[in-house]
Design a protein around this ligand. Structure first.
Ligand SMILES: Nc1ncnc2c1ncn2[C@@H]1O[C@H](COP(=O)(O)OP(=O)(O)OP(=O)(O)O)[C@@H](O)[C@H]1O
Length: 259
């Protein structure tokens, strides 16, 4: 299920503004990669290019390639909707559909993809997705209640269950814990550790301890100067980036000297 991501010569634009420049990186299957860096350096912009989500913004486009096990997501004729099925995304603020039940929220993506399923199959997928998001025990007796009635941390796990239900190969997370309390944050961090057994996981985080706790590999992004595009400064094992980075800018950021 899990796939390798290979990014080559990637530039990202919003109209004439180049937001991110010249990124090359590889993410191995069944690993967690964290993107860190100061505000505005393009972490979220770059993350969204990994499932073509930036294309929902008028005028946004990329140059370069993003390959999933060798298949270019930007190749001719590739359907962005199919890409987003393979590469799921979890956002900063939990965003369950407020009027839908817990069960319907989990199955919403699958239904959008027009996959017809028997009642028994739906039930099975509902349970395995909620189990996979460590939420089943907390909600199994109220599956028909609205998703909006859950706590923030539970809502975020519901969104993870919704992402898992479409059986993606990669899960992207854009600051998934920034709206959560410390206990819910730990629950999501534990879950990320479990998700990497089945998926390739990429997470944007402002929390350096979180990057150190959850990721195998860390990528540090930065701006060369105000108004210039963001760049990938350095990528390596999380242990190395946090203990012995090659670049001074990485060390300065990690040690809290800027950003
Ligand atoms: N929809 C958009 N239209 C135009 N410019 C945008 C858009 N979204 C982001 N940008 C610009 O692209 C650059 C990178 O922004 P982005 O949000 O990717 O950075 P970030 O590193 O994720 O920041 P943060 O850590 O604050 O979330 C910034 O200069 C930002 O103003």
């Amino acid at each position: 299920m899990s796939k390798r991501i290979e990014v080559s010569d990637l530039n990202v634009y919003y109209g004439s503004f180049k937001a991110v420049e010249d990124v090359q990186l590889t993410v191995e299957p069944r690993t967690v990669t964290a993107f860190i860096g100061p505000s505005g350096c393009g972490k979220s912009t770059f993350l969204r290019t990994l499932n073509r989500m930036h294309e929902v913004i008028p005028g946004a486009y990329v140059e370069g390639s993003v390959k999933l096990d060798g298949d270019d997501l930007y190749g001719p004729g590739v359907d962005p909707v199919r890409v987003r099925r393979q590469v799921g995304m979890v956002f900063q603020r939990p965003n369950p559909f407020p009027t839908m039940s817990i069960a319907d929220n989990v199955l919403a993506g699958v239904r959008l993809n027009n996959q017809r399923m028997s009642g028994a199959k739906s039930k099975e997928l509902l349970e395995t997705s909620l189990q996979g998001a460590n939420l089943w025990n907390e909600v199994k007796d109220r599956l028909d209640k609205p998703g909006s009635g859950l706590s923030g941390g539970q809502q975020q796990r519901l969104c993870i269950a919704r992402a898992i239900a479409v059986q993606p190969e990669v899960i992207l997370m854009d600051e998934p814990c920034s709206a959560l309390d410390p206990i819910s944050t730990l629950a999501i961090e534990d879950l990320i550790g479990e998700l990497k057994e089945d998926y390739t996981v990429v997470i944007v985080t402002h929390n350096m301890q979180q990057a150190a706790r959850v990721s195998d590999q860390t990528a540090f992004f930065n701006l060369a100067a105000q108004g210039k595009p963001g760049r990938l400064v350095e990528i390596g094992s999380t242990e190395k980036i946090f203990s012995n980075p090659d670049e001074k800018a990485t060390e300065d950021y990690i040690t809290g000297r800027f950003g």
